[in-house]
Design a protein around this ligand. Structure first.
Ligand code: NAD
Length: 277
């Protein structure tokens, strides 16, 4: 596969194209850190950035995007409504705040960050309004289990285009992936590298050595071949570059199966059925 497939896109259920690889900016500090990471990523070819109101770096993300020199329509910006803002009116307000901080005219993808019990349906209704009003190009959810989606879909007018969930080889989310695929919902992996927690795994090490790649690149390649959208985070220029060099090799079906077999249903983050924030 050629390097120029870096800007590989998937077509979401409303026809909008989204880059399959993006930069995550959770814990990138507002100011120079977040701004430099986003500018470096865009300079080196990334076209998708994943932020959230709760990351408190939307201003820096927006500044880097606006100053990138890349036409706005060629970039794909995701942000999310935080739990304390859930509810219909408060979500509409939170959206305006995010848009102002970003300094943009629209957001590409707006997500319900967590399925806050008793609130996520009203929150999603606000997203539907934003979508119908043309303020966002795509709407979706995050950390939704199949039962949350069943509940949401019972009343939703618009099927979410994306469900962003924790996903990596130790938590491969196969049943959720099958469920989402049956509903036309793309799965997007957060913490795709499990925050660097298992790079010493012998299976990954062996596959990485074969291709002259790093374990991080092998994991991200596994995402790509599973048709998963992935958003590894880094603020280190060399790693930002490394994480996009994943379009010039291809894992064999056996190697894909070996990585699949690493699954332990092991979360590094909160459980969507039992979180307290
Ligand atoms: P990640 O799995 O992307 O890991 C990031 C960490 O891995 C980095 O801080 C760095 O320490 C290390 N790393 C990155 N590239 C590396 C490389 N090439 N070699 C060695 N180490 C490397 O973790 P994440 O930041 O939790 O997740 C990615 C993004 O997903 C976030 O930035 C955020 O945008 C999103 N996210 C969303 C939710 C949600 O609830 N929707 C939750 C967590 C994260």
């Amino acid at each position: 596969m050629a390097i120029n497939q870096l800007q590989n896109t998937v077509t979401l259920n409303n026809g909008v194209k989204m880059p399959q690889l993006g930069l995550g900016v959770y814990k990138a500090q507002e100011g120079k850190e977040a701004e430099s990471a986003v500018s470096h990523a865009i300079k080196t070819g990334y076209r998708s950035i994943d932020t959230a109101a709760v990351y408190q770096n939307e201003e820096s993300v927006g500044k880097a995007v606006r100053e990138s020199g890349i036409p706005r329509e060629d970039l794909f910006i995701t942000t999310k409504v935080w739990n304390s803002d859930q509810g219909y009116d408060s979500t509409l307000q939170a959206f305006e705040t995010s848009l102002t901080k970003l300094g943009l005219d629209y957001v590409d993808l707006y997500l319900v960050h967590w399925p806050v019990p008793g609130k996520y349906k009203e929150t999603y209704k606000a997203l539907e309004k934003l979508y119908k009003d043309g303020r966002v190009r795509v709407i979706g959810v995050s950390n939704f289990q199949p039962h949350h989606l069943d509940d949401l879909l019972a009343d939703a007018e618009i099927v979410p285009a994306v469900n962003q969930v924790e996903l990596h080889p130790l938590l491969s989310q196969q049943p959720l992936r099958e469920y989402c695929s049956s509903k036309g919902i793309y799965v997007e992996a957060w913490s795709p590298l499990a925050r660097g927690g298992f790079f010493d795994d012998p299976v990954l090490q062996k596959i990485a050595a074969k291709y002259g790649k790093s374990p991080a690149q092998v994991i991200l390649r596994w995402d790509i071949q599973h048709n998963i959208i992935t958003i590894p985070k880094s603020v280190t220029p060399s790693r930002i570059e490394e994480n996009m060099q994943i379009f010039d090799f291809e894992l064999t079906p056996d190697e894909m199966a070996m990585i699949d077999a690493m699954n332990k249903d092991e979360r590094t983050g909160a459980d969507p059925d039992n979180f307290n924030f």
